[in-house]
Design a binder for this molecule. Structure first.
Ligand code: NAG
Ligand code: NAG
Ligand code: NAG
Length: 342
């Protein structure tokens, strides 16, 4: 016959078991991770000793440079917060940080092929991830339940345009680029990933480095056309890949329309409120061509000037949105995000 103390003991064992179960379930739910590959639009600090780690980067948030090319948070940070996790650790800092939120393998300036910046291309970034799986840093179920984000291509087009006089060959280049992106996505899928998000190219003709040709009055549609063509190909290929695997594993993050809507909205509001900042004008203006924002000459003279209110600008520099810019892009995307990255 069980004594009352035995019953009590059994009850507390049951309670412990139950607690353990709840704990196990909750850690499972909280186990979502984000793995990021690509360029400066998503890099949160892999390029040590670059301008991203020097002032005025990070001036709005958190107030000092953190390895992001911008004045504060970038899209990676907003996507992580949407997933209710902290922004994943940059790969370069992997030995000194916790890896429970995933890893960010993206390097500013890089692309799918060789670009003007010497850094790991998309393939090499994915290989770094493969190494970590081989070392059992992440388990099979970690990979299956995580979100993978790939944002690359803009630097490839820039490099192509700067190096090739023959712009008519861009269609051929685009095909090889898109093919290579698809191979990378497939490779990530073969590692077990079930949620793979590829960014559509931002409207390149709206970047200040291009829109300066219109004195920042409007985006240059001829250049936007390149992005639209690229995106059409990505969308068609993603659809094909999903058919092949029989599941909607591959998704797209529409940076094209979200950028454009965010910019158009500000342009529209400016008609009524002239104190708003021109969204096409960069906050960090460079003293001359070839100087990055943050550059200081031998005499310690700044080779750039900052706008009065960096926290209100859309673009931080000639190519990167500011925190405010990224936030408005994120807001444009937000309603679709649970289907894309959730
Ligand atoms: C991290 O540790 C690994 C293994 O100890 C080492 O090979 C690698 O160079 C380290 N990386 C960094 C960025 O410190
Ligand atoms: C990426 O870089 C590696 C190492 O430099 C190189 O072997 C590979 O061919 C590159 N990939 C592409 C698609 O260019
Ligand atoms: C105009 O925009 C500024 C921000 O730049 C804001 O502080 C101000 O309240 C706006 N004025 C109107 C009338 O909406």
């Amino acid at each position: 016959m069980p004594t009352s103390s035995m019953v009590k003991q059994n009850q507390s064992i049951m309670a412990l078991l139950l607690l353990f179960l709840i704990f196990a379930i909750s850690t499972e739910v909280e186990g979502t991770k984000l793995f990021v590959f690509g360029d400066s639009y998503v890099d949160t600090g892999n390029f040590l000793n670059s301008p991203s780690y020097k002032p005025p980067s990070g001036i709005t948030f958190p107030g000092y440079p953190t390895g992001r090319l911008g004045n504060g948070r970038i899209i990676t940070d907003y996507l992580a917060s949407f997933l209710k996790i902290e922004s994943p650790t940059p790969y370069a800092l992997r030995n000194s940080s916790n890896l429970q939120n995933g890893i960010n393998f993206a390097y500013g300036g890089t692309g799918i092929f060789k670009t003007l910046v010497d850094g790991p291309n998309l393939t090499v970034q994915i290989e770094s991830f493969e190494q970590l799986i081989k070392q059992n840093v992440y388990s099979k179920s970690d990979v299956e339940s995580s979100t993978f984000l790939v944002n690359a291509g803009a630097n490839d087009y820039t490099t192509f345009i700067l190096k090739n006089k023959n712009i008519f060959e861009i269609a051929k280049f685009m095909n090889s680029l898109v093919t290579e992106v698809m191979l990378s996505l497939t490779r990530i899928n073969r590692l077990g990933a079930q949620k793979i998000v590829v960014s559509l190219l931002q409207p390149l003709g709206c970047l200040p480095t291009i829109s300066v040709a219109s004195l920042y009055v409007d985006c240059i549609d001829l250049i936007n056309l390149v992005a639209r063509d690229h995106n059409k190909k990505i969308l068609a290929n993603v659809e094909d890949l999903n058919k092949e695997v029989g599941k909607p594993v591959f998704r797209t993050l529409d940076l094209y329309n979200s950028f454009l809507s965010a910019i158009r909205t500000i342009q529209q509001n400016r008609k009524e409120n002239s104190t708003l900042i021109n969204p096409l004008e960069p906050c960090c203006a460079l003293a001359s061509v070839g100087y990055d924002c943050g550059k200081v000459d031998e005499k310690g003279q700044k080779k750039y000037t900052l706008c009065e209110k960096p926290e209100l600008s859309f673009f931080w520099d000639n190519v990167h949105p500011s925190q405010n810019g990224w936030y408005s892009v994120f807001k444009q995307l937000e309603s679709s995000l649970s289907q894309i990255i959730g």
